[in-house]
Design a protein around this ligand. Structure first.
Ligand SMILES: Cc1ncc(COP(=O)(O)O)c(C=O)c1O
Ligand SMILES: [Zn+2]
Length: 411
């Protein structure tokens, strides 16, 4: 059972009891982070206890989750996603080793299932009946999927421009879907107003503190799957909640003595949506940007977890890179051909950021790098199609095929 004892504000430091606030800091409105009784967990969650644990999914880390019982989590395979060693990527980056963590293999095909699972469990354990969320698409389709597995009602707000596959997922899983004629930021604000008006439980990223708890499980897995700590982890960043969760995971394993060092975090943003990079490299303050990018999942004007994300990058001794849309699109087939993993644009940004970081001399020959692939490529095939050629078209005759071969159009 989880042992969260308090929620600490990342802005003013106020400490709240878990029952005191559902979402943000009662003093300053800042984002809060859950804290556990690490001293008590030190002797309990050990390498030995993990080695004996048969769970392969987020429930494996129940001791470090704010979830009283495993049954509150959706009965789906969430987390414990594959980690692939990719020598072709290591060569590209000039590093010792490079791994791809394929979180597109989660039930709704994105990393967001980790977050939604914990937020949903929390909602159920505190008696909530209706869950609402605003999202660029993945957090919403994830919540619709997970809630369906437990028979819970969801009301979802997405910008009307969200990719068709994500909206289709929402409808298929039975969510009430409200498409907003505006940006993700508009949908986000409307969803907060709606949850206040109607009392629905709000899962919004960078507002609901329980999402970060699910996200941190990827770092636990990385430490276990690699049997060591990676040197640098590439994370696609929009609101900054994934990267702040990734950092929290490593820090907690470190606090418990399960790992002896921490990785550098590499935040990857799209050039048109780089508010966190700007703040990290500037005065630390988040200033709105246009958010324009082909990578819909990281298209954010005002990052909702920006402050904690900037601190995470700083504390890790890491860095931020921004990549143009053209590189993100090219990264989709490049990553797929180097690793066998098909990523949606935001997830392929990990690869584009890795390549850019290598060019900028930010990687060391001794580094073991991990690229987080946070969403499956089938979520947005229109973008993927932009960076690959058209297939050959012939009549169904061998002579036609021979013509093609002799013209050396195929190998
Ligand atoms: C596929 C994918 N990658 C990256 C992100 C960025 O996560 P965050 O907004 O927490 O920075 C998201 C968020 O929607 C996502 O869906
Ligand atoms: Zn505060």
């Amino acid at each position: 059972m989880g042992q969260a004892v308090s929620l600490k504000c990342g802005s003013c430091g106020r400490v709240h009891k878990p029952a005191e606030t559902k979402y943000t800091c009662l003093s300053c409105g800042g984002n809060v982070q859950l804290e556990y009784d690490y001293a008590a967990l030190r002797g309990k969650l050990t390498r030995e206890s993990l080695a004996k644990n048969p769970e392969r999914g987020v429930a494996r880390y129940l001791d470090l989750l704010p979830v009283a019982k495993k049954e509150s989590l959706p009965p789906l395979q969430i987390g414990w996603t594959p980690l692939y060693n990719c020598p072709a990527l290591a060569k590209l980056g000039g590093v010792k080793a490079a791994y791809v963590k394929d979180d597109g293999r989660n039930p709704s095909c994105s990393f967001k299932d980790r977050a939604g699972a914990v937020a949903l469990a929390r909602a159920l354990e505190t008696g909530e009946k209706i869950i609402t969320a605003a999202s660029t698409g993945n957090a919403a389709s994830s919540m619709a999927c997970l809630a369906a597995s437990l028979g819970v009602k969801t009301i979802i707000f997405v910008p009307k421009t969200a990719p068709a596959a994500k909206i289709t997922q929402l409808l298929v899983f039975g969510a009430t879907v409200i498409t907003v004629d505006g940006t993700y930021d508009d949908a986000f604000n409307l969803c907060i107003e709606a949850s206040k008006e109607y009392g629905w439980y709000n899962r919004n990223t960078g507002y609901n503190p329980y999402t970060r708890e699910g996200k941190k499980t990827v770092s636990f897995e990385l430490c276990e799957q690699l049997a060591t700590v990676p040197d640098v982890v590439f994370v696609p960043v929009g609101d900054g909640n994934i990267i702040s969760g990734v950092w929290k995971g490593f820090v907690e394993f470190h606090k418990l003595g399960l790992i002896d060092r921490l990785p550098r975090l590499a935040a990857v943003q799209a050039e048109g949506s780089a508010a966190i990079k700007n703040a990290f490299e500037g005065d630390g303050k988040i200033k709105p940007v246009s958010g324009d990018t082909v990578a819909d999942s990281i298209s954010v004007s005002i990052p909702r977890d920006g402050h904690i994300a900037v601190n995470a990058i700083k504390e890790s001794g890491g860095f931020a890179v921004s990549v143009p849309d053209a590189d993100i699109l090219k990264a989709i087939p490049a990553l797929a051909r180097a690793s066998g993993v098909f990523a949606e644009p935001a997830a392929a940004a990990s690869y584009a950021g890795f390549a850019a970081a290598a060019k900028q001399g930010r990687l060391k020959a001794s580094d073991t790098a991990v690229l987080l692939v946070t969403g499956n490529g089938l979520k947005d095939i229109n973008s993927a199609m932009k960076s690959v050629g058209a297939p050959h078209l012939i009549k169904p005759a061998l002579s036609e095929l021979k013509k093609l071969v002799s013209q050396q159009k195929i190998a």
